[in-house]
Design a protein around this ligand. Structure first.
Ligand SMILES: Cc1cc2nc3c(=O)[nH]c(=O)nc-3n(C[C@H](O)[C@H](O)[C@H](O)COP(=O)(O)OP(=O)(O)OC[C@H]3O[C@@H](n4cnc5c(N)ncnc54)[C@H](O)[C@@H]3O)c2cc1C
Length: 523
């Protein structure tokens, strides 16, 4: 029983997710019986693995496809997420444009629109999409700095070819108020390219669908290494012509891949069902998903049974890439998310939280997802969606299909194909950097609220520069249509200037932090 007045008496911390608990786990599937042969062996039964299985089997029903899953289908991020099936890119436009050209980066964004439609259509056709509602996505600004980022973001979207009033609609505070009551809202925009899903219902349904098509899913089987034309597991070797690695935040547990993707925690809380009075204070009648534009941003859904589920970074990274597999969430993170809920919806100050949980995202060093295939070894992999994988996994699954079948298509020409970021730094650098960066982001959010300044706090700009993350509305906001120049001969000089800029920003931010936290005025 919980003594915290904000938590329900039978509050649950962890236990995979509210979605999995409410939906009830399907019976555990059989483990791998021993060494076997297959045409395709897929490692990981999350949305990436399952979509890959779905599209391969659909295209070539004769293929013998097996999925190897350590726990159960939907155990990972796919059964824990916020249910935003959105068209948000699983990477940074700027970097994809640099790699493949602006048109290719635009094409990737358009494919994300199409992927939302595709994933919803498949779910409906295959009979597991009754709960899916395509009511779009609202981004709301609750400070002047967030508002300026929101404006920069919509300008950027227009540069990328998004049509105003078609692909997105700018909402004034009063227009937003007609859809949902958000405290201190300064402005918002809505985009139709998003569907609300119940992640467990969706992933369980997709797993049953691929099984019905003839794919074998072996649960309770741990892959220890992925090798050319083989997967090594704790229950024997799977020899296969093709292997698909789909482990996202768990990639670091595989032999030789510890620093490839950072397993970043994302944490969620869900309230009990809202009373009529609480619901009236929020007045959120549609099924739009919602997020703010803070550096430590919150993602929110009103569930089909009238609760509010809200997520955010919490404690983003644990030393040595460790994480609680069943999703237990630090008390401080639960408090932080509960406080954010009440800041956004003060009418919910008495609502109790019923559950909290966490899951891991896969974060590449450059924050850009990739789909890879090496025909020589037969190994494909997809992931690194950084929190935007619900739709990205569908696109990845269709792309993996084309790559394995040796077809050259629009999808195989997208700029995330073949994209691989460099490895993350060694510990303790990874841990120090991740902790410091998120402390800076929290600090920047507080400062932006405190000062009311209409611009992004310099400390957050510095953190973005160091982390390689390009936030909503981040630089360069405009001009993406202009050709992105290849590396000039003065590259070394530019490198020095960038380093000097980073160092001075770092110094400035440390000074600010010291002054803010300890009242120290460094010389
Ligand atoms: C709390 C949270 C909220 C999120 N919210 C959103 C959102 O609202 N919208 C959005 O677009 N994205 C969101 N995401 C991200 C999104 O859920 C992921 O990008 C997506 O689900 C990734 O799917 P996946 O199949 O690649 O990985 P996962 O779903 O993590 O699947 C990997 C699977 O591999 C299994 N596995 C691990 N190790 C092994 C091994 N050694 N051998 C065999 N199997 C193994 C795991 O058990 C797991 O089932 C969120 C993520 C989290 C954690």
């Amino acid at each position: 029983m919980s003594a915290d007045p904000n938590l329900a008496a039978d509050f649950i911390n962890g236990d995979i997710s509210f979605w999995v608990r409410a939906e009830g786990r399907p019976p555990q599937r059989q483990p791998l019986p021993g060494p076997i042969d297959a045409d395709v062996a897929i490692v990981g039964a999350g949305m990436t693995g399952l979509w890959s299985a779905y599209y391969l089997k659909q295209a070539r029903p004769e293929l013998d496809i097996v999925v190897i899953e350590k726990e159960f289908a939907g155990f990972g991020a796919s059964g824990r997420n916020g249910g935003w099936m959105s068209a948000k890119s699983p990477g940074q436009f700027r970097r994809y444009a640099k790699a493949g050209g602006v048109d290719a980066a635009v094409a990737l964004e358009r494919e994300m629109f199409a992927s939302v439609r595709e994933a919803v259509d498949v779910a409906k056709q295959e009979g597991f999409g009754d709960h899916v509602v395509r009511d779009g996505l609202i981004h709301v600004a609750t400070s002047e700095a967030q508002l300026s980022r929101l404006r920069a973001e919509t300008a950027k979207l227009e540069d990328h070819g998004w049509k105003r009033d078609e692909d997105f609609v700018v909402l004034s505070p009063s227009e937003l108020h007609q859809r949902v009551h958000v405290n201190r809202a300064k402005g918002a925009y809505w985009s139709p390219h998003c569907a609300r899903i119940n992640p467990a219902q969706f992933t369980f349904g997709l797993a049953e669908t691929v099984e019905r098509m003839g794919v074998r899913i072996y649960e309770g089987t741990t892959a220890t290494a992925v090798a050319p034309r083989a997967v090594h597991t704790d229950r024997g070797r799977v020899s296969a012509k093709f292997v698909v690695q789909a482990l996202e935040g768990y990639t670091c547990t595989l032999e030789g891949q510890r620093r490839r993707l950072l397993p970043m925690n994302s944490s969620m809380v869900v309230t009990e069902r809202l009373t009529d009075e609480q619901f009236a204070s929020v007045a959120w009648h549609g099924a739009e998903l919602m997020g703010d534009v803070a550096h430590n941003f919150a993602y929110i859904q009103r569930t089909a049974d009238n609760r509010i589920a809200l997520g955010g970074r919490g404690v983003p990274y644990n030393f040595g890439s460790s994480f609680d597999r069943r999703g237990r969430t630090a008390d401080a993170a639960v408090r932080q998310l509960g406080a954010r809920l009440v800041e956004l919806f003060p009418g919910l100050r008495d609502v109790k939280l019923e559950q909290s949980w966490s899951g891991v995202l896969g974060v590449p060093r450059d924050w850009c997802a990739g789909v890879e295939f090496d025909p020589a070894s037969g190994v494909a992999s997809a992931g690194g969606y950084v929190g935007h994988g619900v739709t990205g996994t569908n696109l990845a699954g269709r792309t993996v299909r084309d790559l394995i079948l040796g077809e050259s298509t629009e999808l195989t020409r997208l700029p995330w194909v073949g994209h691989r970021a460099r490895n993350w730094e060694f510990e303790p650098l990874r841990w120090l950097a991740a902790r410091a960066l998120y402390a800076v982001y929290r600090f920047a959010d507080r400062e932006e609220y405190r000062t009311g300044a209409p611009r992004t706090h310099v400390s957050a700009k510095m953190a973005n520069l160091i982390s390689g993350r390009c936030p909503a509305g981040g630089a360069p906001p405009r001009g993406c249509r202009a050709p992105i120049p290849p590396a000039p001969s003065g590259r070394a000089m530019r490198g020095h200037r960038t380093a000097a800029r980073r160092a001075s920003l770092l110094g400035y931010t440390f000074a600010k932090l010291l002054r803010y936290r300890f009242g120290v005025k460094p010389l």
